[in-house]
Design a protein around this ligand. Structure first.
Ligand SMILES: Nc1ncnc2c1ncn2[C@@H]1O[C@H](COP(=O)(O)OP(=O)(O)O)[C@@H](O)[C@H]1O
Ligand SMILES: [Mg+2]
Length: 352
């Protein structure tokens, strides 16, 4: 079931087209991430959903109802901004309880529950925001947004001001808290690792347009274009000639996801699809090989630049590729290596 739907939403600021006909469907109970470079229109999408901004054209539907004439505070949508935007003169408890009726007798208990849900110790009740760390302030902002029991939570890069270790812990905490409360969420981020780690539904934006949406696995393995491929992870993009669905390239003939295709093509392999093994002089292989040109150490992984060749004695075709291996078994510079392709290549573009 679809909880939220954007239909052909456009928005202009002056002569800048910030959103260009964005379509997006957010499934109920999902954790959706919108990922895209800075300036691609992510915040504008969230602000339109929240009701802080009005689209020039298009529609926003929540549970099938058009939200055009519903003001922000009546939409049942929570919003956590990049900087928590807490009220500096109010205590933590007052910040969290801000949206609750003052006369509500359960207010105090509810604030305690919310603090517990987001992992804030009860002793922080009477502190002011400036007496909390950045991570704690974001917990307060989340608790405040949860207080009104929204159907949908919007999170605009809420972890970007935190340092790396804390960011991951916060992301898990927020995901767990939202799941426990049964609230669907949309997380906006420019960080692909954050998006892939959070989402069960992913949308990629670029230049005000929604490029592709689907499961993180589908977008990672079968990106719509080369920019999306590179944005979501390390990719090898190489020229090939298709013959009945197989691609002939620097790696020799390999399987692809374009069944029966023929003609020139550009194909993509994720770096982890290429297994690199050192070849000693006694071992022979009929498959693609390469020679290690350089090696750099990155802790668990080693990055290699490999000159790959397919039957060099026949074609002389060579290409330098950046590959990775476990640093425990990294071949030395100058070593000849076997290159094993794991899984099919994704065909990015094709000319029949
Ligand atoms: N209120 C505004 N007035 C003018 N331009 C804006 C306004 N809000 C956003 N923009 C412009 O619209 C584009 C998209 O912005 P935004 O949605 O904030 O992108 P993102 O969140 O992906 O970084 C940017 O070029 C930005 O400068
Ligand atoms: Mg933004």
């Amino acid at each position: 079931m679809t909880l939220l739907e954007l239909k052909s939403v456009s928005k202009r600021f002056g002569d800048h087209l910030a959103l260009d006909g964005v379509n997006l469907a957010v499934p109920a109970n999902s954790r959706t991430a919108i990922v895209g470079p800075s300036g691609s229109g992510k915040t504008t999408v969230l602000r339109i959903i929240a009701g802080f901004e009005t689209p020039d054209s298009g529609q926003v539907l929540l549970e099938g109802r058009d939200l055009t004439n519903t003001p922000a505070h009546r939409r049942g949508i929570g919003y956590v901004a990049q900087e928590g935007a807490l009220f500096p003169h109010l205590s933590i408890a007052e910040n969290i309880g801000f949206g609750l009726e003052r006369s509500d007798p359960t207010r105090r208990v509810r604030v305690t529950e919310l603090m517990d849900l987001v992992g804030l110790p009860a002793t922080m009740r009477d502190r002011r925001p400036h007496e909390l760390s950045g991570g704690q302030q974001q917990r307060v902002a989340l608790a405040r947004a949860l207080a009104r029991k929204p159907k949908l939570m919007l999170l605009d890069e809420p972890f970007s001001a935190l340092d790396a270790g804390l960011r991951e812990a916060m992301r898990e905490m927020v995901g767990d808290a939202l799941r426990a409360a049964g609230i669907a969420s949309i997380l906006v981020t420019h960080d692909r690792a954050e998006a892939l780690g959070f989402a069960d539904h992913l949308a990629v934006m670029r230049d005000g347009a929604l490029i592709q949406a689907g499961t993180p696995q589908t977008l990672y393995r079968e990106p719509a274009d080369a920019l999306t491929a590179r944005f979501l992870g390390d990719a090898l993009i190489i020229d090939a000639k298709m013959e009945d669905g197989r691609a002939l390239s620097i790696f020799g003939p390999i399987e692809t996801n374009a069944i029966g295709a023929n003609g020139r093509a550009t194909i993509m392999l994720r770096t982890e699809q290429i297994a690199v093994t050192a070849l000693d002089s006694a071992t022979r292989t009929n498959g693609p090989t390469g020679r290690v040109l350089s090696q750099s150490f990155h802790g668990a992984r080693c990055r290699l630049v490999v000159e790959a060749m397919w039957r060099p004695e026949e074609s002389g075709d060579k290409q330098s590729l950046t590959l990775e291996t476990s640093s425990l078994s990294a071949p030395e510079v100058g070593a000849v290596v076997r290159l094993d392709i794991v899984g099919p290549a994704h065909v990015l573009t094709r000319e029949d």
